[in-house]
Ligand binder design. Sequence first.
Ligand code: PLP
Length: 352
Amino acid sequence: MTHASQHPATIAVTAGRPPAESDQPLNAQIMLASSFIAGGDLEYARFQNPTWSALEETIGQLEGGRALAFASGMAAVAAVLDQVPHGGRVVVPRHAYQGSLGLLEQHRVAGRIEPVLVDVEDVDAVVAAIPGAALVWMETPTNPALEVADLARIVAAAKEAGVPVAVDNTFATPLLQRPLEDGADVVVHSATKLMSGHSDVIMGAVVTNDDDWFTRLHGNRSLHGAIPGPFEAFLVLRGLRTLDVRLERAQATAKAVAAALEAHPAVSRVRYPGFSTVVSFEVESAERADRVVAAVQLARHATSLGGVETTLERRRRWASESKSIPEGLIRLSVGIEHADDVIADLLQALDA
Ligand code: PLP
């Protein structure tokens, strides 16, 4: 039993549990079933699964809506973009996650969607782009530029114009930002990142408090079949249980890392929005950045983010990354190792 008055850190631990009755397990079990005896609510495991339900209950309570688990963050992004009517304009951050931009580009080429790229920190430009759009897609902070959008103002403008708003909340997680409370219609997550937190699972989720959105997204998931496995759902729920303490540690370290990088002469710019666990920093060239990435000893050179282990990569090594991201930008995902060790590793890599 959880209560609306509980802190999100508590809900992350208490929600989605079996009833507190004798012989019940503490944790939701991994339900391995493709089909269920007819006549109840479950029927077929492409539509519903009790292990997803425990996770969805938890994510839903944290974001303040009803959640649906998807096979990946991109499957969740795709399900939301599928709701845009043919020919609709979608307002989207110029530096949104490259996969989201790539999918929008596919829709553009097919003549389905007209993306309108905006600088999320230029709130007047974002607001000006909204009237007549079919969807406002927000991501804040953006990946990897770490720009922060004024969600409250953007959502208010979209509401006035009657345009729905979807927010990719992957970087903030519902412990740091709850877009539905600001009036957004849908929240999207790559649960692969901070939610699961251990770099061992790919999963996504959408959350909404609008019944029509929920029905359409559930229908989309059932018919496209982009469903997670029950084991993956179990892992994400297990990760969520420790999200608050992982965030607390990694954020404190990220702040200290950002300060240490600011003070290093080889670093020309540090981007850290003051929350979450990703720090992007720039050195003079791609070659210099590649040398830094090759010289780390504790951190690992790997893509993705939000795991307990510190990872980093030069983002422009991906041909698909936005060309306005500097060649020498390194995106660092700060883990939960001791801050002194993380900082010492980065400084020795910068000096190498
Ligand atoms: N949204 C953001 C902000 C991301 O960083 C990512 C992945 O990096 C995705 C969505 C896609 O998630 P997934 O890799 O789980 O499909």
